[in-house]
Design a protein around this ligand. Structure first.
Ligand SMILES: [Zn+2]
Length: 331
């Protein structure tokens, strides 16, 4: 019988524990409690299953993350300059008692118990799609381009239940930034004409104006400590990275988003981009796609959510078919 066997096991365990306690007096325990604290907690440390409530997690690629609060996932979502090194999407989930799980481009590491706990939920939320999709019927014909024929999208492990109320910090800006970043945020909202179709998106944002607060995005491409304010700003990022978005979520519901645009490259925020500059509005459209919960498609997709941007890539200001499918499914 199950009950009696469990009882017997418990009794046996009790005896075993008593025996350990009895015999271990004055002797170091065979399994010392893992040390997971300080400013350089490695994935190897996390793999020992330790509970972590403060400190800094250092990934092998050099990105560093303030340990998220128990029950919280932090995601770092970069966009590369074309030809630059793509560091990849990373999500770090602190489960609390089961430790911390790390997902780097869908490869898991960290605490085995945390991975088991997070992975099933995460993969239920993170999925891609290519075809069958409920979208408004075609009303007009648009000239076909690759972004109007490619139907792919990827979903990240969170969505918003609220309007994103955000501010911009213009300190260090390499171009007039507020209008261009707002246009990027608004490219995904309301009724959107895409490739001759029309969709109505449910994601929402409200721009609050400028702020002196800094986004919690680090120069190494990781994420710092969230402060409850959704903020965009400027600063150093690693060579090859144009911008990085950090999102904090709890049980799949996003609670904060911050963005940093690099000061290492020349940017344009003019209506018609020209010269050796990156188009801020186009890159911002990509970063806001991440903010709303979309991941990367392939570079060849030609979509807003492709992982790298070329100079004056003004096409990235306009949603393609897969982008529209993604934002429609996400919300
Ligand atoms: Zn990206």
């Amino acid at each position: 019988m199950r009950t009696s066997s469990v009882t017997a096991a418990a009794v046996a365990l009790g005896i075993a524990l008593a025996a350990v306690v009895t015999t271990s007096v004055g002797v170091a325990p065979a399994e010392a409690a893992p040390s997971c604290s300080g400013d350089h907690i490695t994935v190897g440390d996390l793999a020992r299953g330790c509970v972590v409530d403060r400190g800094t997690i250092a990934l092998p690629d050099g990105r560093r993350f303030a340990v998220p609060a128990a029950g919280t996932t932090v995601s770092a979502l970069p966009v590369a300059a074309a030809g630059g090194h793509d560091t990849g999407d990373v999500s770090i989930t602190n489960t609390g008692r089961a430790g911390v799980a790390v997902s780097l481009e869908h490869v898991w590491s960290g605490s085995p118990a945390a991975i088991r706990q997070v992975r099933a939920v995460h993969e239920g939320l993170v999925r891609g799609g290519t075809t069958a999709h409920p979208m408004a019927a075609t009303t007009t014909k648009a000239a076909p381009t690759s972004s109007c024929t490619n139907r792919s999208y990827a979903l990240l492990g969170y969505r918003w239940n609220t309007t994103i109320r955000w501010s911009s910090n213009p300190a260090g800006a390499r171009a007039a930034d507020a209008a261009a970043i707002r246009a990027g945020a608004n490219a995904w909202t309301g009724t959107i004409a895409v490739c001759g179709r029309s969709i109505t998106s449910n994601v929402r944002n409200t721009y609050l104006g400028t702020t002196n607060q800094a986004p919690a995005v680090s120069a190494n491409g990781g994420c710092g400590t969230p402060n409850g304010a959704n903020t965009t700003g400027w600063g150093a990022l690693r060579s090859g990275t144009l911008a990085t978005t950090c999102v904090w979520s709890r049980s799949g519901v996003a609670v904060e988003v911050d963005q940093r645009y690099t000061t290492a490259y020349a940017w344009s925020s003019s209506a018609t981009c020209s010269g050796a500059k990156f188009d801020l509005r186009g890159v911002a459209t990509h970063e806001w796609g991440h903010a709303y919960g979309l991941g990367h498609t392939t570079q060849a997709s030609g979509l807003v959510m492709k992982p790298a941007s070329t100079q004056c890539d003004v096409a990235q200001r306009t949603l393609g078919l897969g982008d529209a499918f993604g934002i429609d499914v996400r919300n």
